[in-house]
Design a protein around this ligand. Structure first.
Ligand code: ADP
Ligand code: MG
Length: 594
């Protein structure tokens, strides 16, 4: 049996380096964080061969006194905390006092620093016992050369220089996103890869995420007690196939945190289906006592004291930001929960599935559109009783122009073409209507059982044995969703009622889709959990289909509906429901100078 013995200092640091100095990017992170802790307002990074041959960080921070230089390289030596109390309220990036020691144990380290007010700078190298005088205007320059030269086993884990440089760049971008007040640059093998001027948060976001994404992202600003969340969440339509553009910060520190990431993912769940990843940059600030940052040596993980309430807070903040209705229009919440009350009577045509869409109830302030729309749903009455037209008076002042304007016509049975103050609007009518119905169904369901619309004449549909069996088994679930479905014959079902918001839909298609959905995922006890999914199916099949011809009043009613519906900007699958082409856009298309 070998005897127990204390490890030499160098080996202890090399072991610690295993956690702190995973690759050049982690060295970069530690050095740049030190610069920021030292109050730097500009940080310049230089890499050679992916940062393995050389990684140099120069800052204009407070610098160090000569006698502190040797200590800076010692293990567990820090200027940032002194007591346990300090640790619990730590506001600096560093506090463990082991980064420089760890780096020095696996690389050649050269530190040059000039404290503010000092007559000159001092240099400390990890292979020399004493600092020596050096020349430097201000701040600190740390050079890390030949990373892992003495630990070849670790060196084997390094990837190509290009890959390591890419990781370094990403590490710097993360830090930079949270510190728009600081200027950063990065060069690799002499070539400039990043240059960021100090400025505002919005500009920094554009620099890091790209202008298009940043400009269209939704702003988040929420506070509750000592919790504060700010930042941006990109629209679902801009989601990417990977998580590259997801940035979470806690008290200015970039973190990977399951609680926060889950809260954000949940907030998008309603507007983004499938395997797409939304971009976001969110900054959570809270009392440092409420979060433990001393969980992992690299400090990219944190532990919240009150993780449940933080989850809720972040979830609601992001959900609200995404749900905000079209810019400048207040949602009419009462509207969403309404059942179109005027459609109490049914003609057989709409009940058994002729594509007679159009029960888009529009309440005030646009009653005229509603009347016209209602009239158009009953063509027999249209001509004779002269329902008022919803089209705008020609001389309508701009101020009165609704956000999405007025419809001009329908393109290929798929898009609505409208004109608004800004120029031209194109609406994907199915996607938009689907979202409206979905939101209406959800808010109706939130208030209890879905309001039911009895059909005067039941809709009959011929079904397979499988559908028949499902209808029998899932009768309760169907009833909870507002469908009363009975057996009319050996292979025929009779639908006697449908949820109010879907009253004018194609009942047969709707019920068939729902039966198929229920068969795949039986919804006996789990109805609540799957409620939104089922409502989405209902909305999809209840929504107006392509090639259904709409009248102008119907189109206008749809536009008005969109303006007051939550999340109307995107369909249930994260695609946009409308696009705006401004007059400038059109001028550009025609190379027309104005
Ligand atoms: P920590 O950051 O946890 O304190 P480090 O090993 O990263 O530990 O750094 C040790 C100490 O060296 C810091 O506490 C700080 O006083 C000093 N230091 C490191 N880098 C710089 C810098 N760029 N400018 C000024 N002081 C620095
Ligand atoms: Mg540090």
């Amino acid at each position: 049996m070998p005897r127990i013995h204390a490890l030499p200092d160098q080996l202890i640091s090399q072991i610690a380096a295993g956690e702190v100095v995973e690759r050049p990017a982690s060295v970069l992170k530690e050095l740049v964080e030190n610069s920021l802790d030292a109050g730097a307002t500009r940080v310049d990074v230089q890499l050679e061969e992916g940062g393995v041959r050389l990684l140099r960080v120069a800052d204009n921070g407070n610098g160090m006194e000569a006698e502190d230089l040797a200590l800076a390289l010692a293990r567990h030596a820090t200027s940032k905390i002194a007591t346990l109390d300090d640790l619990e309220r730590v506001a600096s990036f560093g506090f463990r006092g082991e980064a420089l020691a760890s780096i020095a144990s696996v690389a050649r380290l050269d530190l040059v620093s000039r404290a503010r007010g000092a007559s000159h700078a001092w240099r400390q190298r990890n292979d020399r016992p004493q600092p020596e005088p050096a020349a430097l205007g201000a701040g600190t320059v740390v050079e890390v050369a030949d990373l892992y030269f003495n630990t070849p086993a670790r060196r084997k884990f390094l990837r190509t220089a290009a890959t390591e440089a890419a990781h370094c760049l990403e590490a710097l971008r993360r830090i930079a996103l949270a510190r728009p007040d600081v200027a950063f640059s990065l060069r690799h093998n002499g070539a400039e890869r990043l240059r960021l001027a100090a400025g505002g948060a919005q500009q920094r976001l554009r620099d890091i995420l790209g202008g298009e994404l940043a400009d269209q992202a939704r702003r988040v600003v929420e506070a509750a007690g000592d919790l504060h969340l700010s930042g941006w969440v990109a629209l679902p339509a801009q989601a990417a196939a990977n998580r590259d553009s997801q940035y979470l910060f806690v008290n200015g520190r970039f973190v990977r945190d399951k609680v926060l990431a889950h809260a954000v993912r949940e907030a998008y769940a309603d507007v983004l289906h499938g395997s797409r990843y939304p971009a976001y940059a969110l900054f959570l600030d809270l009392d440092p006592a409420g979060v433990d940052v001393n969980v992992h040596p690299a400090k990219t993980e944190v532990r919240f004291r009150e993780s449940r309430s933080i989850h809720q807070f972040v979830f609601h903040a992001v959900e609200r930001a995404l749900a905000a209705p079209l810019a400048g229009v207040q949602p009419d919440r009462s509207f969403a929960a309404e059942t179109p009350s005027t459609f109490t009577s049914y003609d057989r045509g709409s009940a058994v599935g002729y594509p007679r869409q159009g029960a888009l109830a529009v309440r005030e302030p646009d009653a005229s559109a509603y009347l016209a729309f209602a009239a158009s749903a009953h063509p027999a009455r249209t001509a004779s009783d002269g329902a008022p037209e919803a089209s705008p008076p020609g001389e309508a002042p701009d101020a009165a122009m609704p956000l999405l304007g007025y419809a001009l016509g329908q393109l290929h049975g798929i898009y609505i073409l409208a004109q608004n103050t800004g120029g031209m609007v194109l609406v994907d009518m199915h996607a938009a209507h689907e979202r409206i119905l979905y939101e209406r169904l959800k808010s109706a369901a939130d208030g209890g059982p879905l309001p039911v619309q009895p059909l005067l004449i039941p809709a009959l549909l011929d079904v397979s044995d499988l559908d028949m069996a499902t209808a029998e088994e899932q009768g309760e679930a169907l009833a909870a969703l507002g469908f009363e479905v009975g057996i009319a014959g050996p292979a025929q079902l009779a639908v006697r009622s449908v949820p109010g918001p879907l009253a004018a839909g194609d009942v047969a298609t709707l019920v068939r889709a729902l039966l198929a959905d229920l068969r795949q995922h039986p919804a006996t006890r789990v109805l609540q959990g799957r409620r939104d999914e089922l409502l989405a199916t209902m909305a999809c099949h209840g929504a107006v289909r392509a090639h259904r011809l709409l009248t102008l009043p119907e189109m206008n009613a749809l536009l008005r509906d969109m303006e007051r519906t939550l999340r109307a900007d995107q369909c249930n699958h994260g695609r946009p429901t409308w696009v705006q082409l401004s007059l400038e856009d059109l001028d550009r298309l025609f190379l027309r100078g104005r």
